[in-house]
Design a protein. Structure first.
Ligand SMILES: Cc1ncc(COP(=O)(O)O)c(C=O)c1O
Length: 391
């Protein structure tokens, strides 16, 4: 059974160029980048080279890049860092209902500390209306946080328009770019953002490294206090190994040309599914403003996890999540007001640079076999309220 990986939005393999860049730091170069001697100097030089590579992918200055342990930490630093710095000025944060838990949970935590958070709704494609920010901003608003692209359905948010509104009102704007780096352009000055977070393992770096871009002058209380690493914004001796990996992955990410091929494959995939299943398959997400690699489809009347469990050897995700023993519609599909009968049957396929047309053909065939075998239970056949565990 050939294993096929179509879950690149969950994580990517390490690219060989990234692994090669890391090798010297696994095998020989070990100095502390803060030490000014023969062992520390090359480590410091590599760290700063990596920072410049990250900055080049974002079109910012190197000193605006803070290395973190991943996307979640970068988001926490952006939201808590601004809140702790500006809480004398205001306590209002605006975000959307479809953010990643790294944002939603951080907002909930800050609500416990006195923040007021507005969770703006999205349309049926998962897009937020930029005008809703103008209406939501008050004299207490200190920060807007909106994801650049959604992880489940791939919808790209109108960050540039939101940026113009944020600047007009003197409010800081953070974007969670965990899913967009390496897939679409992420130049911070084009987007008009003050803060941008990224997660290395979503674009061919290892897990455990990410970065936060913070525009010069952005007030940011550190989460980790200590010595003055990262210009006093994140204490702790930097992992040169992981920073170098992120830098190499950012260099790879700057070349978006391979995404044209991925987009064509993704569109071929969708056409093949429509050909095979007609109106028994539905597209979730924005048909136009969508990541080039993401295909979230639903088979109305079925449960995504039931389909996936029978799709041998295929790594993909479902649009439902298991809570307290029940399979529930994901908060993202819920916020998009997707009919539960449709949304429960959602599957997310996310393609990557290594995906081939043969793999797409095999997955379409396996899907066809799963349905012709008639082994997938229909939702109506299931006692709707009975607790079901995801497998
Ligand atoms: C949109 C989005 N934001 C944030 C994160 C969190 O990144 P990490 O798991 O690297 O901390 C993810 C990862 O799933 C994501 O998809």
């Amino acid at each position: 059974m050939r294993e096929i990986y179509l879950d690149y939005n969950a994580s990517t393999p390490i690219d060989p160029s990234v692994a090669n860049a890391m090798r010297p730091f696994l095998e020989s170069t070990f100095g502390n980048p803060s030490s000014s001697h023969w062992a520390g100097n090359p480590a410091k030089a590599a760290l700063e080279r990596a920072r410049a590579e990250v900055a080049a992918a974002l079109g910012c200055a190197a000193d605006e890049v803070i290395f973190t342990s991943g996307g979640s930490e970068a988001i926490n630093l952006a939201l808590k860092g601004v809140f702790f710095s500006l809480k004398g000025k205001g306590n209002h944060i605006i975000t959307t209902a479809i953010e990643h838990p790294a944002t939603i949970t951080t907002c909930k935590f800050l609500e416990g500390l006195g923040a007021e958070v507005t969770y703006l709704p999205v349309d049926q494609h998962g897009r937020v209306d930029p005008d809703s920010f103008s209406r939501a901003i008050t004299s207490k608003t200190i920060l807007i946080s909106v994801m650049h692209a959604n992880n489940e359905v791939g919808t790209i948010e109108p960050i540039e328009e939101i940026g113009r509104i944020a600047r007009h009102h003197g409010v800081l704007l953070h974007t969670d770019a965990a899913q967009s780096v390496g897939k679409i352009a992420t130049a911070v000055n084009v987007l008009g953002v003050d803060l941008l977070s990224m997660a290395g393992h979503k674009f061919y770096a290892p897990k455990g490294v990410g970065a936060l871009y913070a525009r010069r002058g952005t007030p940011l209380e550190p989460l980790i206090h200590g010595a003055d690493h990262e210009h006093g914004r994140r204490a702790g001796t930097e992992s040169v190994l992981l920073a170098v990996a992120l830098g190499a992955a950012c260099t790879l990410a700057r070349d978006l040309a391979p995404m044209d091929r991925v987009r064509r494959l993704r569109d071929d995939f969708w056409r093949a599914l429509q050909h095979q299943f007609g109106n028994h398959v539905v597209l979730n997400g924005d048909p136009e403003h969508r990541l080039p690699n993401t295909l979230n489809v639903a088979f109305p009347g079925y449960v995504g996890a039931d389909i996936l469990a029978r799709l041998d050897g295929v790594a993909a995700s479902t649009g439902s999540a298991c809570h307290s023993g029940r399979v529930e519609l994901s908060p993202v599909l819920k916020a998009m007001d997707v009919d539960p009968d449709v949304g429960m049957g959602a599957l997310r396929f996310s393609l990557g640079r290594a995906t081939t047309i043969e793999e797409i053909g095999i997955v379409v065939d396996r899907l066809k076999n799963v349905f012709t075998a008639g082994s997938v239970p229909r939702r109506d056949d299931l006692a709707r309220d009975s607790p079901r565990r995801m497998n």
